[in-house]
Design a protein around this ligand. Structure first.
Ligand code: G6P
Length: 613
């Protein structure tokens, strides 16, 4: 997904931008570029397809001087990945420079009009129209900020925008609509970025722009105006992530580092809200009064990708403990169907980034139809956290690997906490039961560590045995069915091996036709209410010559007699098995992808944060 970095201040800007763009690599991109205003008020622009390393090579030797610059990583939406389509884009004169995230929906019409008026276009992008529109408006009588404001009035679609011009060096004009944009406040200059990690080494103070905001950023000042055009104050927030947290810390990949960070991430998510002595939960930002909680008649859980799988686990918990009907929707589907929703409906959007376009649209749809909305989110200040009626924060810290790991297990943790919270208030959990659950929850992080300490080598060996296979099947039942989906998703995302997750009992209705000696079958067979049923499913698989890789509870000797390979999981309450079972499946995907030499942190065609529909 596209990323933006900008800087204006007393330092040389090109180095800051390249570093910032590298920190945005995790978002996924296909090309990159920067533009710098030189002391002689000339624009130097460098762009190329591929990695930031290519851009660095392009710039090497030239050392473009200048204190104001904007840069961009592009993930193609309009026009293929190429040098010409890489941002920044310019007007005809090359003096107005634009970087943009989002999609301009009416760009074709605008491009036609601008072309007939004599503008020359050099790319296939929607973004370039913005530069030419600003050029039209900037006639010597208005400032760059005013010209941008007038140009924006003609745009339909979404944008996070950074604009600079050689006519006003030392100034960046920013604007946002439906695409995240932040301003970092530094000691010797100010920053523009699409997300926090890009400029974390320089500042922890951020202004999170709101939809409709425009800002003028100078070295020593930032002025923001709201959607109505009037100057407004946006209070800076201090972000506690430190830059080291956002680096690899000696691990070969961010994904592996993040798998190993799960112990801490779960612990922090729990400790952020749980009162250990009583089993009660305090969600500071949930904003739903006990009276409203008691009135909830129906819950919808909405997310995309991995977050959707967290929702599926959430449904089991909420229906089991609260006896409230709960539906789970993929966000891109929810927004176009018309399920009955009213003020006694709770709609929860689950999202690591808080910026996923489909989830955000679903959240907006739900609140426009009168539901109480809440977000389970990992990113402070993100759009969803500002728009939802309430927020439950996961405290996973920045997740850089495109394939989600620690954010997922933190989302599951948030659902355990939510179940406790709602269950106590609605009188469905007495203190004894609440304490039993919360005690088990407190011990989960150590059990995660135990799996990492004792099973990693076994999983590496399993990956060695099967990494050349072309198809995998993942089976689970009941509350572990979503984990079969998540295990399969992890494998396909990072190793490009075709993998399907299935409810084990449904296998006989189709996928069994695919099973033969060449299809390894991963079966989640930890102790549960469906344990015996899963054993029968393993027998069905074995009868078709497939190799079984089983997840079993420690001390289980039955499964070990049935499976070729076995991964042991410590005992816990059944409701917590999804979280523990997730960890070895993440490692299995990781080691498999490594053996195949895949680009683990930035898998092809995927993006960390999908901010377009
Ligand atoms: C993308 C990512 C997934 C992620 C999904 C939802 O597809 O590649 O890893 O699960 O978006 O992202 P969110 O930030 O809303 O959790």
């Amino acid at each position: 997904m596209c990323g933006i970095v900008g800087y204006t201040g007393s330092r040389q800007s090109s180095r800051i931008l390249l570093e910032g763009l590298k920190r945005l690599e995790y978002r996924g991109y296909d090309s990159a570029g920067i533009a710098v205003i030189s002391p002689e008020k000339k624009i130097s622009r460098y762009r190329c397809r591929g990695r930031i390393a290519n851009l660095e090579r392009l710039i090497e030797g030239e050392h473009p001087e200048g204190n104001t610059a904007v840069g961009h990583t592009r993930w193609a939406t309009h026009g293929r990945p190429s040098d010409e389509n890489a941002h920044p884009h310019t007007d005809c004169s090359g003096q107005i420079v634009v970087v943009h995230n989002g999609i301009i929906e009416n760009y074709l019409r605008l491009k036609k009009e601008l072309s007939s008026a004599g503008h020359r276009f050099t790319s296939d992008t929607d973004t370039e129209v913005i530069a030419h529109l600003v050029e039209d408006e900037l006639n010597g009588e208005v400032s760059l900020a005013e010209a941008v404001r007038s140009a924006l009035k003609k745009l339909q679609g979404s944008y996070a925008l950074g604009v600079i011009s050689s006519s006003e060096p030392g100034r960046i004009i920013a604007a946002r609509k439906d695409s995240p944009l932040i301003i970092g406040l530094g000691e010797d200059g100010n920053f523009l970025a699409s997300d926090v990690p890009a400029v974390l080494p320089y500042t922890r103070e951020f202004i999170f722009l709101e939809d409709g905001d425009k800002a003028v950023i100078e070295s020593g000042s930032v002025t923001v105006s709201g959607a109505d055009g009037a100057e407004t104050e946006r209070k800076p927030l201090t972000v506690s992530w430190d830059p080291v947290m956002a680096e690899k810390q000696g691990y070969r990949h961010f994904m592996l580092k993040e798998i190993y960070e799960q112990q801490r991430a779960i612990q922090e998510t729990v400790m952020g809200s749980l009162v250990r002595d009583t089993g009660k939960v305090i969600f500071e930002d949930f904003n739903m009064e006990p009276a409203a909680i008691r009135k909830i008649k129906k819950i919808f859980l909405i997310g995309c990708g991995t977050a959707y799988h967290a929702c599926l686990v959430g449904k089991f918990l909420l229906e089991d403990f609260l006896k409230i009907p709960c539906e789970v929707d993929i966000a891109s589907e929810f927004r176009y169907r018309q399920p009955p929703i009213d003020s006694e409906t709770l709609v929860m959007a689950v999202s690591q980034s808080g910026e996923t376009a489909d989830t955000l649209a679903a959240l907006r749809e739900a609140s426009s139809r009168g539901a109480f909305t809440a977000a389970v989110c990992n990113v402070l200040g993100s759009t969803m956290t500002r728009e939802a009626g309430g927020v439950i924060y996961t405290h996973a810290g920045p997740e850089i690997g495109v394939a989600s790991t620690k954010a997922f297990t933190s989302q599951l943790t948030a659902f355990y906490l939510l179940t406790l919270h709602l269950g106590i208030i609605r009188g469905m959990l007495d203190e004894k039961k609440a304490l039993e659950i919360s005690e088990a929850l407190i011990h989960l992080p150590n059990k995660v560590k135990h799996i990492l300490d004792t099973q990693n080598e076994t999983i590496k060996e399993i990956a060695h045995r099967y990494f050349k296979k072309k198809n995998f099947l993942y089976l689970g039942r009941n509350i572990n069915y979503p984990i079969a989906l998540e295990g399969a998703l992890k494998l396909k995302e990072i190793s490009y091996i075709h993998a399907e997750g299935y409810p084990a009992g449904e296998m006989k209705h189709g996928p069994i036709a695919l099973i033969d000696g060449e299809v390894p079958v991963v079966v989640i067979a930890t102790r549960s209410c469906v344990y015996e049923k899963v054993l029968s499913n393993i027998e069905e698989v074995r009868a078709r010559d497939a190799s079984v890789i089983a997840l079993a509870s420690e001390g289980d000797s039955t499964v070990s007699e049935l499976a070729e390979d076995i991964i042991y999981i410590p005992e816990t309450m059944e409701i917590f098995t999804p979280l523990l079972n997730t960890v070895p499946l993440q490692l299995l995907a990781y080691h498999t992808a490594r053996l195949l030499g895949c680009d683990i942190d930035q898998p092809r065609n995927l993006a960390k944060s999908v901010t377009v529909e």
